[in-house]
Design a protein around this ligand. Structure first.
Ligand code: PGA
Length: 250
C-alpha cells in the first residue's frame, strides 16, 4: 500500500508569527482520522518553531532545501545535521525554482540526495519538464533523464526514503494545471520507468505526488487517478481552508 501524502511547500512566505498562526489553524481544521500524511515546509528560520508546534499532531515538518556538504565554509547554507538536530527529518530537493533560480543541476541534486540519505532523511525529490519540452514532445525524455541523473544511482534499499514529486514547470504558480489525464499519463510513465530500473516492489511502493497549481476545486479529480498518490502544494498551502480542502480531497 502506497502512502498518500499532501505536502505544502510554503516557499519564501510567512514570518514567525504567521507561521504559528497558520499551523494553529491547520491543527484546528485538519481531520484527525485521515490516513493522508500531511507535511508542511515552512522557511528555514521557522522550522524549529514549526517542529515544536506540531509535536503532538500528525503534521510533519520538512525543509525546502539543504546543502550537500556536511559543514564548513559555505556562507548562508544549512546542513542535513542542522536540520536533523531540530527534528526535521524530511527535505524537498530539486524543486524547479532551485533548478531555475539557483542553478541546481541534476548532478548537484544527486549529491544532496546522497547526503540526505546518509542522515537517514526522507526526500521529496522534485522534477518535471518545461513548456518547451512538452511542445517539442520531449517531456518523457526529460523526466526520464532527471530521474536517471538524480536518483537512479541509489541502491534499492534507499527507496523507502524517497517520495517523488512530478511538477511540470509550466504549471507551477501559473494557475495552469496539467489535466488529470496528463498527470496520470506522466505518473504512469514514471512508475514504469522506476519499475524497469528497480523492479515491481519499488515501483508499486513509491508515492508519486503531483505538483502545479493544485487547488481545492481541482484536487479531487487529479487525486482520483490511479498513479497519483498525493500532491505537493505551493500557493494553496498558504491558506488553511484551501490546504485542508486539498487534504480532504485525497
Ligand atoms: P503551486 O506550486 O501549487 O503554487 O503551483 C507548487 C510547487 O511549486 O511545489
Amino acid at each position: 500500500m502506497r502512502t498518500k501524502i499532501v505536502a505544502g511547500n510554503w516557499k519564501m512566505n510567512k514570518n514567525a508569527e504567521q507561521t504559528e498562526d497558520l499551523i494553529n489553524e491547520l491543527i484546528d481544521k485538519l481531520p484527525t482520522d485521515t490516513d493522508v500524511k500531511v507535511v508542511i515546509a515552512p522557511t528555514f528560520v521557522n522550522l524549529a518553531s514549526a517542529v515544536d508546534h506540531t509535536e503532538f499532531t500528525k503534521i510533519r515538518v520538512a525543509a525546502q532545501n539543504m546543502h550537500q556538504a556536511e559543514g564548513g565554509a559555505f556562507t548562508g547554507e544549512i546542513s542535513a545535521d542542522m536540520l536533523k538536530s531540530i527534528g526535521v527529518n524530511t527535505v524537498i530537493l530539486g524543486h524547479s525554482e532551485r533548478r531555475a533560480y539557483f542553478h541546481e543541476t541534476d548532478a548537484l541534486i544527486a549529491n544532496k540526495v546522497e547526503t540526505a540519505l546518509k542522515h537517514e532523511m526522507t526526500i521529496i525529490f522534485c522534477f518535471g519538464e518545461e513548456l518547451k519540452d512538452r511542445s517539442t514532445n520531449s517531456h518523457f525524455n526529460i523526466v526520464e533523464g532527471q530521474l536517471r541523473d538524480g536518483i537512479f544511482n541509489l541502491p534499492e534499499s534507499a527507496w523507502s526514503n524517497i517520495i517523488l514529486a512530478y511538477e511540470p514547470v509550466w504549471a507551477i504558480g501559473t494557475g495552469e494545471t496539467a489535466s488529470p489525464e496528463q498527470a496520470q499519463e506522466m505518473h504512469e510513465f514514471i512508475r514504469e520507468t522506476v519499475r524497469k530500473q528497480y523492479g515491481s516492489q519499488v515501483a508499486d511502493d513509491v508515492s508519486i505526488l503531483y505538483g502545479g497549481s493544485v487547488k481545492p476545486d481541482n484536487a479531487k479529480e487529479i487525486f482520483s487517478k490511479p498513479d497519483v498518490d498525493g500532491g505537493l502544494i505551493g500557493g494553496a498551502a498558504l491558506n488553511a481552508n484551501d490546504f485542508v480542502g486539498i487534504v480532504n480531497a485525497m
